[in-house]
Design a protein around this ligand. Structure first.
Ligand SMILES: NC(=O)c1ccc[n+]([C@@H]2O[C@H](COP(=O)([O-])OP(=O)(O)OC[C@H]3O[C@@H](n4cnc5c(N)ncnc54)[C@H](O)[C@@H]3O)[C@@H](O)[C@H]2O)c1
Length: 279
């Protein structure tokens, strides 16, 4: 799809890759960029930067885990024109396994999964009526593999990949292009949170999960701008799976080829990163 002249919405646009996507979309000729975030001040700064560069942008406050907010976001965006491109990107990470609280499991499910469902409900009818639309879901390499130290992140990102695949299959022949962004580590507030929560704190060390985020950094930490550029390049080719870290494709193949071997390797990596001897 050609970005030129299109109205695009980016959730989680105040920070990290959402911010870089918003700026990149404007630089690549979008007619208007709607920068959405729960942090309205941050979204406002990004929109102001884009406008200062001579492009059209507005900031909209929305909590993507709230369907009424998502509907309101799309209604606000339509003031700029029909929403041709939607980047459903906002996401969070929480640490732990089954012992993580129901509140934490519910919160991450609502933001990392349910939000994409609300977005699809809000934008698909208009896109289908126009016979054209682009929807990108930010998942993670953790949605194809496993995030050591965080079952909630692993589970919700797998669900996000599954939903994106379902949408692509259901609507790919109706003019709807769906992409799924699956990076490993890149610089952002979320990476800092991940390092803090999955890092060397006592709880994680005790559970043998320390250094979980450094698993994602094994193949190098990219910048948000590099991840956004890979993502926006893929808009033109309309490819489904966007892997800014190309090694992820190899890992996914190895996992599918021999699951037992893959699981043994992941246990060894977990032990290495946590400083424990492999079990
Ligand atoms: N940083 C990484 O290493 C990494 C790796 C793989 C995937 N991801 C994914 O990339 C996406 C963007 O994360 P980032 O790393 O740029 O993080 P970030 O924390 O810098 O940005 C996320 C933005 O989302 C916003 N947000 C959070 N909850 C929201 C909600 N309920 N409604 C609206 N906005 C909300 C935050 O305010 C923030 O501005 C996430 O889905 C994340 O899971 C990140």
């Amino acid at each position: 799809m050609d970005i030129t002249g299109k109205v695009a919405v980016v959730t989680g646009g105040a920070s990290g890759v959402g911010r870089a996507l918003s700026v990149g979309l404007a630089d690549r000729g979008a007619a208007g960029v709607v920068v959405c975030d729960i942090d309205l001040a941050g979204a406002g700064e990004v929109a102001a930067d884009i406008e200062a560069g001579g492009h059209r942008a507005i900031a909209v406050h929305a909590d993507v885990s709230n369907e009424a907010d998502v509907q309101g976001l799309v209604a606000s965006a339509e003031a700029l024109g029909p929403v041709a491109m939607f980047f459903s990107n906002a996401g969070i990470i929480v640490a732990g396994g089954p012992e993580a609280s129901d509140e934490a499991w519910g919160r991450i499910w609502a933001i990392n999964v349910q939000s994409h469902i609300y977005v699809a409900r809000a934008v698909l009818p208009g896109m289908l009526a126009r016979g054209e639309g682009y929807l990108e879901i930010t998942a993670s390499a953790a949605g194809l593999l496993t995030q050591l130290g965080s079952a909630p992140y692993t589970v919700t990102k797998h669900a996000a990949v599954a939903f994106a695949e379902w949408l692509s299959i259901a609507h790919g022949d109706q003019g709807i292009v769906v992409s799924c962004l699956c990076p490993q580590a890149f610089t952002s507030n979320l990476l800092n949170t991940s390092r803090r929560e999955l890092g060397t704190e006592a709880l994680m060390a005790a559970e043998g999960w320390a250094g979980g985020s450094e698993q994602a950094a094994v193949d190098g930490v990219l910048t948000s701008e590099q991840v956004a550029a890979a993502s926006l390049d893929a808009v033109a080719t309309e490819q489904f799976l966007i892997l800014p870290h190309p090694d992820v494709a190899t890992y996914e193949r190895r996992r599918a080829d021999d699951r037992e071997r893959w699981l043994r390797g992941m246990r060894r990596l977990q032990a290495r990163l946590s400083g424990l001897p492999p079990g």
